[in-house]
Design a protein around this ligand. Sequence first.
Ligand code: ARG
Length: 475
Amino acid sequence: MWGGRFESEPADAARAFTRSFPWDRRLYREDIVASRAHAAMLGARDIIAASDADALTAGLDRLLQELDAAGGPADAGDEDIHSYVERLLIERLGDPGRRLHTARSRNDQVATDMRLYVKGLTLRIGRALVDLMDALVDRAEPETVAPGFTHLQSGQPVTLGHYLLAIHEMLSRDLDGCYQVFTLADACPLGSGALAGVPYDIDREQVAHALHFSQITRNSMDAVADRDYLLALLNLGVGILLHLSRWAEDLVIWAAPGFAMVEFADAYATGSSIMPQKKNPDIAELVRGRAGTALGIASGMAATVKGVPLTYGLDLQEDKQALFRMEDLVLPTLGIMRDAFATLNFDRERMAQLAESGYATATEIADFLVEQHGAPFREAHEIAGRVVSEAIGAGVELTALTDDRLRAIDQRLGSDLRERLTAASAVARRDVPGGTAPRQVRLAIADARGRVDLERGRLRELAAAGLPAALGPWG
Ligand code: ARG
């Protein structure tokens, strides 16, 4: 492909070291579809003969079909996916094949392939996020009480639905991130050539349009050097895994004997080779672990990019490994979290018990004094603290303190306080927008359900409008 000025073949070791085919074979669809758009444009502009362009587009279509049927290209030793596709066209078509690389460089070509791939991946990740969000909404129970923690200490009771919708919020921000990355990747570099543009009367808009890019890149040097869309995709992946990891950490804690609020289904847990009683939350632990791996991939790629002088350097070729490794971390993790969560068993009794234990409703005492007796909150908080201390001393829960004991601490405390100390009452009173009261959670569930439906439609539309159909199926 580039041997003209060389007197010897590359050493086997040098060839093996520099080639990227083992990874970038995954770009075969993008490479073929982008080459097809390029060839059609060359023909339309009379840069190559129309008959050559026709031979190329037909040859590329056939190749795509064959490779799809074969499950992708096999490694025949080519340097990268670009030279692989070109070689096959030359072998099959002869001269027309030799004309495909007119007015193009592998530098603008690979940037185009990568942007197409990233755009498609954001939609696939978006869909997996929506599936998981859907599963969360499905199990969001507005009435079931559960303990809410800060510092992993008993904080205040919440409803299970409220907790699950908190995870839903995190994922919904990730979904926003998918659209942002899609937009960042949505400009066509073809026509930038190696770095300076090309000396042919090309039609960049036509190529961009055929590839469903909403615009062309504005500067040829930036276009071949830029990997911001990739770094953004990697950071999106890290963000998703950080969210899943925090949730997984909660599930590990919730499944631990001291908490015992949930139990993983047998199909999504594992045993110990030596301790027969064990049921380990391995999936949740691995999700935590994978977040660390993802962070390494993203920071590694940022470190790779930071030293590359404008414009292109082969360092950038490492981007494929980062991209595919991230894809292989994020998509299966989203899928397994959904499966493991959808089959998780909740112990609602245990949740209710923990929701009231650890004096988790102590704030109610202060709020009662403020609301019923006009006490300043600071004073009320102090009195509530003395009630807690009394209960700790007596070794009982707040609800077990007698009226006499309560009144001995403060005249205003009595039996009308006691009914407020249940978890059900505490959650019902937090009836503000964004609060945990069942009434609010029911509204939030309806909202979240609406969002899931809306996003499914939005992702479908974006796939239809923003990506070439040949890259699908997206449905
Ligand atoms: N395999 C290369 C990559 O992935 C394609 C671009 C090669 N360009 C070059 N000037 N060597 O980045």
